[in-house]
Design a protein around this ligand. Structure first.
Ligand SMILES: NC(=O)c1ccc[n+]([C@@H]2O[C@H](COP(=O)([O-])OP(=O)(O)OC[C@H]3O[C@@H](n4cnc5c(N)ncnc54)[C@H](OP(=O)(O)O)[C@@H]3O)[C@@H](O)[C@H]2O)c1
Length: 320
């Protein structure tokens, strides 16, 4: 990868000292930049990671910019519900209310036409990007309630035209990587909005909103694309390097604004404000039409509960 250019945009975060933030997917890419900025603003940041060595490298890189930061690694693989349960236990063991939760981790198996399943037997994108996050939130609900948390989910431009095939949610009959990725991001986004509504109705004190990073070259893209090994990849790379996409730091700004700015609004959607929302300073966007389908959101909630076996009402007694 070429040397990252200096960020073209920045935002000012409030003083977050004394606040606990949890950022999934903070071992790489956009997530490490979200964690870095929250730590620089003073938050105690927890990084749930599936790869401890990568997590330690992320921590070292953040400490280089914020030497006094309070950073904690927790082992958590979203593609394994038993690991999600253990990670949630570790968060309870710390006993600290959570003020900011950014559900940023994600994967897309670009260039791999084969359908893969998780340790629990679910389509891999659906579990990693959505079900694992659903189970995590359900398990740590008391910590989120105790912290009057703001929960931000990292969606994607791909969710705009995605579909949830209710009769084939795991895409066993018709699989494509883009259908799987888009469906997982649509499910996660609908879940976030449903969580906000249920919280308001039940007085949980949690608010939710959504963000998307536009497009940025990170390790989510396969090496062939990042290294420009094919003609198409070289073209894509040139377009990105010309500034059409954002750097990971630039791409982190919508999630940072959504999760930590005092001006961010519950139930709103933030993305880059530039050309086609591929890059640019963070701006509020209209919700994608599909995000406004409340019936689909309620169905995502009940199906996710059934598939994960984790329900919100079954959460343990309130913490904090
Ligand atoms: N980059 C883009 O252009 C783009 C566009 C739209 C949306 N997004 C979304 O933005 C988010 C961040 O993407 P990125 O570009 O920063 O990607 P990235 O560099 O590949 O980072 C993804 C992060 O998610 C973590 N992760 C993946 N599978 C996991 C699992 N099973 N359990 C726990 N953590 C897991 C990764 O952990 P490891 O370090 O262990 O791999 C990594 O920390 C994702 O949700 C992605 O879908 C990105």
């Amino acid at each position: 990868m070429s040397t990252p250019r200096a960020p073209r945009w920045s935002i000012r975060l409030p003083d977050l000292r004394g606040q606990r933030a949890v950022v999934t997917g903070a071992s790489d890419g956009v997530g490490v930049e979200i964690a870095r900025a929250l730590a620089i603003a003073g938050a105690d940041v927890v990084l749930p990671v599936r790869n401890r060595a990568k997590g330690e490298r992320a921590v070292a890189s953040i400490l280089a910019d914020a030497p006094h930061a309070h950073l904690t690694l927790v082992d958590l693989d979203l593609a394994d519900l038993a690991s999600v349960a253990k990670g949630a236990e570790a968060l309870f063991a710390a006993g600290r209310p959570i003020r900011i939760l950014v559900l940023n981790a994600g994967m897309i198996a670009l260039g791999d036409p084969v359908r893969h399943t998780s340790a629990d037997g679910f389509e891999l994108h659906f579990q990693t990007n959505h079900l694992g996050h659903f189970a995590l939130v359900a398990r740590i609900l008391p910590l989120l309630r105790a912290g009057a948390a703001r929960v931000t989910v990292q969606s994607s431009l791909a969710a705009r035209s995605a579909q949830l095939r209710w009769d084939d949610l795991q895409l066993e009959r018709h699989y494509s990587v883009f259908a799987a990725y888009g469906a997982s991001k649509l499910a996660l986004s609908l879940f976030a909005l449903e969580l906000g509504r249920r919280s308001a109705a039940s007085g949980w004190g949690i608010t939710t909103n959504l963000s998307h990073p536009g497009i940025a070259i990170t390790n989510i893209a396969p090496a062939s694309l990042r290294e420009g090994r094919t003609l198409g990849a070289r073209l894509g790379r040139r377009i990105m390097d010309a500034g059409v996409g954002g750097t990971p730091a630039e791409a982190s700004l919508p999630a940072l604004f959504a999760s930590a700015s005092r001006e961010a609004v519950a139930g709103a959607f933030y993305g880059p404000g530039g050309f086609l929302h591929l890059q640019g300073p963070p701006r509020r966007e209209s919700l994608y039409r599909r995000f406004e389908d409340r019936q689909a959101a309620a169905r995502v909630w009940s199906v996710s509960r059934e598939l994960t076996g984790v329900g919100f009402e079954a959460s343990r007694a309130d913490a904090g």
